[in-house]
Design a protein around this ligand. Sequence first.
Ligand SMILES: CCCCCCCC(=O)SCCNC(=O)CCNC(=O)[C@H](O)C(C)(C)COP(=O)(O)OP(=O)(O)OC[C@H]1O[C@@H](n2cnc3c(N)ncnc32)[C@H](O)[C@@H]1OP(=O)(O)O
Ligand SMILES: Cc1cc2nc3c(=O)[nH]c(=O)nc-3n(C[C@H](O)[C@H](O)[C@H](O)COP(=O)(O)OP(=O)(O)OC[C@H]3O[C@@H](n4cnc5c(N)ncnc54)[C@H](O)[C@@H]3O)c2cc1C
Length: 664
Amino acid sequence: MEGVDYLADERKKAEFDVNEMKIVWAGSRHNFELSDRISKLVANDPGFSKEGRTMLPRKELFKNTLRKATYAWKRIIELRLSEEEAAKLRHFVDEPAFTDLHWGMFIPAIKGQGTDEQQKKWLPLAYKMQIIGCYAQTELGHGSNVQGLETTATFDPQTDEFVIHSPTLTSSKWWPGGLGKVSTHAVVYARLITNGKDYGINGFIVQLRSLEDHKPLPGVTVGDIGLKFGNGAYNTMDNGVLRFDHVRIPRDQMLMRVSQVTREGKYVQSDVPRQLLYGTMVYVRQTIVSDASNALSRAVCIATRYSAVRRQFGSQNGGQEIQVIDYKTQQNRLFPLLASAYAFRFVGEWLKWLYTDVTQRLQANDFSTLPEAHACTAGLKSLTTTATADGIEECRKLCGGHGYLCSSGLPELFAVYVPACTYEGDNTVLLLQVARFLMKTVSQLGSGKKPVGTIAYMGRIEHLMQCRSDVKQAKDWLKPSAVVEAFEARAARMSVACAQNLSKFDNPEEGFAELAADLAEAAVAHCQLIVVSKFIEKLQQDIPGEGVKQQLEVLCGIYYLFLLHKHQGDFLGTGYITSKQASLANDQLRALYSQLRPNAISLVDAFNYTDHFLDSILGRYDGNVYPKLYEAAWKDPLNQSDIADGFHEYIRPLLKQQLRTARL
Ligand SMILES: CCCCCCCC(=O)SCCNC(=O)CCNC(=O)[C@H](O)C(C)(C)COP(=O)(O)OP(=O)(O)OC[C@H]1O[C@@H](n2cnc3c(N)ncnc32)[C@H](O)[C@@H]1OP(=O)(O)O
Ligand SMILES: Cc1cc2nc3c(=O)[nH]c(=O)nc-3n(C[C@H](O)[C@H](O)[C@H](O)COP(=O)(O)OP(=O)(O)OC[C@H]3O[C@@H](n4cnc5c(N)ncnc54)[C@H](O)[C@@H]3O)c2cc1C
């Protein structure tokens, strides 16, 4: 029946002000109003319909994406949306497209690595979409090892040009989004060679296609790399392959903020660190952390609503069966994911602040916080995307069989999300970057250099190496100081153990390679400490709204106690807690699940997702799941006729043959 809210009873149970929680989730009243307005604008516009997306063949799917992206641009212009509003609109259209790379990487690369003059020339064209750009770094043979890229940019002093060339098959650019079919330009990363010397990787703006007929320019070979995982999903994106055969570009198309090549071909290094060349990656990693909470909360919203609708077992005297959300095992799988979504939201907010701070410092030539910004963005990108990808898959399983249907929204969400574990830095490779940062920090402990920011705790290393938890009863685990010290002691002890083991090797690089698995675990412990600390710090702020802070305290408790339970081995092995204290933590965790249960539906309502954005029958706001699933099945192309194509060709002769055999 239309108009009935099947989750109304659940909503009545809420013990907090949901509208105020919506503002906390959005980050501010301004953000809430913006998201609310733009998400409804998109949801109510048939031009952005998602109907049948997973059933379209690739060519049609891609064409439809081009239509949508262009329509989005048209609406942005017509409605005179600000940059902030336009970004929100693209977000709620919810379809990976070339525009993600144009706005998300091409423009930031020019902003971060271009000189003022270069920005003045290229940015207006890009902002008006008179040129469309992508970020062409990865090659067929190398992605993680950026220094190993093979494309060359050789300076020709005769003509004042760079010659861009792909010397081998493995040097073909491979993967860049938006490259295959749409981009007219790319920021290409290539080895700069001048006066016969190789100066390593630098960025160059290269035109790939004619602005007249969109044909590849002479010397450029470009195309799509082929179908990717999942129906619909990331196949809306034209990830591309690109080869250069001695393509010439003017010298001033080298991005020259970090280093320059003079008219005479002299290479000049600015006084900014070379690592700024990696700046676009730092920026995007930070945005990926914020996005993790979007993807995870979306999956959790679907699984939570469906878990309240779905009933299995336990009916007595013809009464209703039990809602699956009331099974403790379901809660133990679902509620930590709900808590993680909130945790990632707050750490994402904090990381955005850190990034803004480091950007302002860089502009003032203060590079001191760059290593920490790199470690935080790399580590948190790795931690949050791994947990989110695993979490989406867990949500699918939490929805039983129906979760496997595309109409649940979960398979496509997973297929779109899972490459986040790989792109913008493979998650293991990024953890090893954090580990290097930690080992450097430990090695400098005696030097008088005081660790600051997220590694300030290392400054109390002597205490952290010997302290013991003073938890005596389950509720002691609710004390923030007890929790922070536990996570600090675990992270510090794992880092110090790695450093001690490393010191046994004559060659530190060999040691690092040998101990890489332990080092990655130490990096995870450090990153989890950051997330836990930032959640706890958030709770120390003034949070208005009846019951809102209490709910966040429950979520925070679930987040860290679940981690403590899952990584018990670390906490016990490093000797900070006893097995009795671990067991008390688990008792407290169960108690928190019971406190969360009546608020579960309202906590996912606080994400304020429209049904259009969720695109899930199981996650519908009104919980009207079964009639809609039934209806959707009949819309499948297979059900357009009673007799399937191919029946007369294949099945009928088979049946006839069986019939003949039976008669014999
Ligand atoms: C819009 C959203 C859609 C997203 C689409 C996805 C787009 C993409 O995927 S684009 C391609 C992304 N590619 C990657 O992320 C590649 C991952 N690899 C790397 O980042 C690097 O090669 C990396 C960091 C692994 C190794 O760097 P490399 O220079 O070879 O060696 P390394 O010795 O480890 O680092 C040198 C120094 O630079 C520092 N450093 C490394 N990266 C950075 C960085 N990003 N920022 C600041 N410093 C850095 C290191 O800490 C080290 O410092 P120190 O010398 O003080 O110890
Ligand atoms: C959907 C998608 C979109 C992308 N978009 C873009 C784009 O727009 N532009 C662009 O330039 N690139 C893009 N990429 C490429 C992406 O950035 C790379 O795939 C990524 O950086 C990982 O590099 P790789 O593929 O070389 O992995 P590899 O490094 O080959 O990884 C393979 C395995 O080796 C392991 N490994 C590698 N090095 C080490 C090490 N030192 N120690 C321990 N283990 C190691 C990894 O953990 C992994 O398990 C995209 C990729 C995908 C999947």
